[in-house]
Design a binder for this molecule. Structure first.
Ligand code: GCB
Length: 571
């Protein structure tokens, strides 16, 4: 799935701004045909979660109805016209001018519809019904725990249109999809481009590879429908976090010497492999330092806010991080683009958190997870920053889960054989999915949820467990979560839980343990920032305070510690 671009042959407009909105308290919108357009609406900002935009309704998870009118720019008549949603949580049903367009289940991933045949020449009315109510049948599952709203995960179940809605035009016969993979031979980089085209005609493909200053390579091929092309770049500039070198590949499609379509794709030449107890980037061992994060900000909820993305990257650079995990769902496409440009390594996770493996939901959950994997890989396969796929966070693994994850693992490998695959886990040695995962990812809270107030005791348990795990599986390990809540401004001497000092001490002690083990190839702290969650006795003010920055991105003492540790100023 190619992100819309603007050039001579492709255009898009963004429908962001104020839309009309209505909660459907008695769930009567379907019967009353709100799909044709509805009254008694109020303005709402799109993209953003609806929950914190109004004085009331925070815990109202839907249905909520959105509507927006638009007209299609002149000159698009000859083209395919597509309506694209970056993310709607959780279930979206869409009508255009009263006609059914389609639906999509699951937040955090894009979906689109060819709407050419529904378009009216002047005004079009787009209506979307969004259902955010939680259920056990969903992934991630809701209504499991005693928190409110009841989830089986620890972040607020924000709902609404979370990412930009785009209307775009593409040529009828043009470039449909591009898959790029790269390899390295000595100083040279190999770029493999798989192209799929709309239409059967034999066309000419003109490839132009550029770096920041010059054209590097140019090639022409004749092909139809699909094509595989190889480019070798002599003395290539490889991509890594310290030098995130990107090339731009212009792909032009010509017929009878006239250009009909063009698409530009950024390419980072890099390899990622697991060998023995190491994770290798471009053949050299790399250790991940970074965070689990959330898309979360006051008022906008889980909505796309460009300035927050920039700020988070800037904070992660300052602190010395080189990586993060998209816990616990795929992040915005803009976040991924910037990771390529700024040089961050990403563990890219599908929205499968807190899977329960209850028999009656098993088939549906597997189907949904397979859909998510497919959508995620289709979306993110060309990012050099993406170095690993994560199939879940903290599944409640049981006997049935091995089969489940084996099927999901196989599907993922079939779609992309170039990246390691993992399941982020809390079961430790008992996790059966570790048998086939390429790398072991583990979340641990000794000294917090257990060994409360006793950090050193917790660290000893951690150290022993890591040794056992490595001994059993002989695979590299990433500690994908560890941390402690710290109420900003709360201090203690002697240190105690919830103080900033306790968070500092716990992170420091864990990092000491991790640094000693050659098979630990990553340390991801939970969390970059404090974030909102459901109401629960262990969550004061419905907040998870494990951030090393506050929700409004101010550093706690722990942020300064990490800056010193990761920038190498303190041992
Ligand atoms: C975990 C979860 C994460 C929670 C965290 C916590 O293991 O993966 O979603 O937020 O613990 O703070 O309890």
């Amino acid at each position: 799935m190619l992100y819309p671009q603007r050039n001579k042959y492709r255009q898009f407009i963004e429908l962001s701004g104020f839309w009309d909105f209505r909660f459907d308290i008695n769930n009567k919108g379907l019967d009353e045909n709100w799909k044709n357009g509805f009254n008694n609406s109020r303005p709402i900002a799109v993209p953003a979660s609806w929950n914190d935009q109004f004085a009331e309704g925070r815990d109202n998870l839907g249905p909520g109805w959105y509507q927006k009118s638009f007209s299609v720019p002149c000159g698009w008549e000859e083209h395919r016209i597509i309506l694209r949603f970056g993310s709607v949580n959780y279930l979206a049903e869409i009508w255009l001018n009263g006609e059914w367009i389609g639906k999509h289940e699951g937040g955090h991933l894009p979906f689109e519809f060819d709407i050419g045949s529904f378009i009216k020449p002047h005004k079009n009315i787009l209506v979307i019904r969004v259902e955010g109510n939680l259920s056990k049948a969903q992934v991630p599952p809701g209504k499991v725990r005693l928190n409110y709203p009841s989830t089986n995960f620890d972040f607020f179940p924000f709902c609404g249109i979370h990412r930009p809605v785009l209307l775009y035009s593409v040529p009828n016969y043009g470039i449909d999809d591009i898959t790029v993979t790269t390899s390295i031979e000595g100083n040279n980089g190999c770029i493999f481009v798989n192209l799929s085209l709309n239409g059967e005609k034999e066309v000419e493909i003109h490839l132009l590879l550029k770096n920041k200053k010059n054209n590097v390579l140019e090639k022409r091929f004749i092909t139809n429908r699909t094509g595989r092309f190889e480019l070798t770049v002599n003395n290539a500039l490889f991509w890594d976090p310290t030098q995130p070198n990107l090339y731009d590949l212009d792909i032009n499609l010509l017929y009878n010497e006239k250009t009909y379509d063009s698409y530009t794709i950024p390419i980072g030449i890099r390899t990622i492999t697991v060998e023995g107890d190491k994770l290798l980037l471009n053949g050299k061992p790399i250790v991940l330092k970074g965070f689990g994060r959330h898309e979360d900000f006051p008022i906008t909820g889980r909505g796309y806010v460009p300035a927050v993305i920039i700020k988070d990257y800037s904070l992660m650079k300052w602190i010395g991080a080189n990586s993060f995990r998209t816990s616990h769902y795929p992040y915005s496409e803009q976040m991924m683009d910037l990771a390529d440009r700024l040089g961050f390594l990403i563990i890219d996770e599908i929205p499968a958190v807190g899977l329960t493996f209850e028999k009656r939901y098993l088939d549906h959950h597997l189907e949904l997870c397979q859909q998510y994997v497919k959508e995620l890989i289709t979306r993110d396969k060309n990012h050099p920053s993406v170095i690993m796929w994560s199939l879940a966070n903290e599944p409640h693994s049981s006997l049935k889960s091995k089969e489940f994850f084996q099927a999901l693992y196989d599907k993922t490998k079939e779609l992309d054989g170039t990246r390691p695959i993992t399941v982020v886990n809390m079961m430790g040695v008992k996790e059966r999915a570790f048998e086939f995962c390429d790398i072991l990812c583990l979340n641990r809270y000794y000294g917090w949820y257990t060994e409360q107030g006793r950090i050193q005791e917790g660290c000893e348990i951690l150290s022993n467990e890591l040794d056992k795990l490595y001994k059993k599986y002989q695979k590299p390990i990433i500690l994908t979560e560890f941390g402690a809540d710290a109420i900003p401004g709360w201090h203690a001497q002697p240190i105690e839980m919830f103080s900033e000092e306790y968070q500092v001490e716990l992170l420091k002690s864990y990092i000491e343990v991790l640094n000693e083990k050659q098979f630990v190839v990553g340390q991801h702290i939970w969390n970059l920032c404090d974030f909102k969650t459901s109401q629960e006795v262990i969550r004061m003010g419905s907040m998870n305070y494990k951030g090393v920055f506050t929700r409004d991105r101010r550093p706690k003492m722990a942020a300064h510690l990490l800056h010193r540790l990761w920038k190498g100023e303190e041992k």
